[in-house]
Ligand binder design. Structure first.
Ligand code: ADE
Ligand code: ZN
Length: 331
């Protein structure tokens, strides 16, 4: 007897996706052609992004971003990305958006780029039934001074669409405490906070990030499992982990799906959610993430519903939106 095919078409929330990182390679290749930019080296023979390791991934990512040069480019990007996400059942997405890639973290330029992203998000909501909120993001390896500029952009545009501030990039570069000023500025502007930590920097980086940046969510954060005290702190404080297992496997942050600690973290009582990070880079999408979780860890309706419930509670949105999302996932 063959098992019934697993239904992964349920409505999903995604809390951790980078807007530029979700750019389909064909979209970036098209922009490069239009602008006569030679970035052919970032693609493999199948037209997919090609990278060797995490450092190389960041270089390829930044090379792809050189083709995104105007608010109009970001309008097209946002619409294309949200259409893709909606195809995988995503009804709500929190996307990282980086002032550094939108006019060099200049506030005047940022306002224009953000307006275009927001306009595309409105259009996507009408056409594809997906809602997007923005988490303005600084890039750790660009340094603490540049992070302050991104935080200033975030603070000045905080509101119904920009709901959070975060940090991505090379986690092992720079001192975490040096970014506290930026996170304080964002917090004072009423923004919710998340930071990548515990993807590469170990449990100690999780501890530092909680103490210095006082975030309520962690991008990845799975390495907290390597220190029982840090794991306990994550659980006791109710810190939400934005887990992206497909990304971790593709970047070799873990050796395989089988060794990913996601199920151990869930069983230990950590608040876990599931996201795709930079889906085309990792040949992933939200359907793939959940299909793998079912295959590798035997997840089914109970676990799917559990992570979606946590995501609704952890979303950085307003309470009316949260109530609407709760109804939609329960329907
Ligand atoms: N930026 C985009 N994807 C990232 C990741 N997985 N880790 C850190 N920074 C990122
Ligand atoms: Zn990420």
């Amino acid at each position: 007897m063959t098992a019934a095919p697993l239904d992964t078409s349920f409505p999903k929330l995604e809390l951790h996706m980078h807007l530029e990182g979700a750019a389909p390679p064909a979209f970036i290749a098209g922009l490069a052609r239009e602008k006569s930019i030679d970035i052919s080296g970032i693609f493999d023979g199948h037209g997919n992004y090609r990278f060797r390791d995490f450092d190389d991934f960041l270089k390829v990512y930044e090379a792809a971003c050189t083709t995104l040069q105007s608010p109009e480019d970001f309008y097209r990007l946002t619409l294309a990305v949200l259409e893709q996400s909606a195809k995988h059942g995503v009804i709500y997405t929190e996307s990282f958006i980086s002032p550094d890639f939108c006019g060099g973290a200049d506030l005047v330029a940022w306002r224009a780029y953000l307006a275009a992203i927001e306009e595309a998000a409105d259009e996507a909501e009408r056409r594809f039934g997906i809602m997007m909120k923005g988490i303005v993001t600084c890039v750790r390896h660009f340094g603490a001074d540049q992070a302050k500029k991104a935080a200033h952009c975030a603070a000045e545009t905080a509101g119904n669409f920009v709901v959070g501030f975060g940090m991505g990039g090379a986690e092992t570069m720079g001192r975490t405490a040096d970014f506290a000023y930026s996170f304080d500025m964002a917090r004072e502007a009423g923004l919710h906070l998340t930071s990548h930590a515990g993807e590469w920097g170990g449990a100690e980086m999780v501890r530092e990030t909680l103490h210095h940046l006082k975030v309520s969510r962690l991008g990845h954060g799975f390495q907290c499992i390597d220190d029982p005290d840090v794991l306990q702190e994550v659980i006791e404080k109710g810190i939400v982990l934005e887990l992206c297992p497909g990304s971790n496997v593709a970047l070799n942050a873990v050796p395989s799906w089988e060794t990913h600690p996601i199920e151990k973290l869930r069983a230990a009582g950590a608040k876990i959610t599931v996201s795709s990070d930079d889906p085309p880079f990792f040949l992933s999408d939200m359907t793939y993430e959940f299909t793998q979780l079912a295959k590798v860890f035997g997840w089914g309706e109970t676990q799917f519903a559990q992570v979606q419930d946590i995501a609704v509670q952890a979303a950085f949105c307003d309470e009316d939106t949260r109530a609407t999302l709760a109804k939609r996932i329960a329907a």
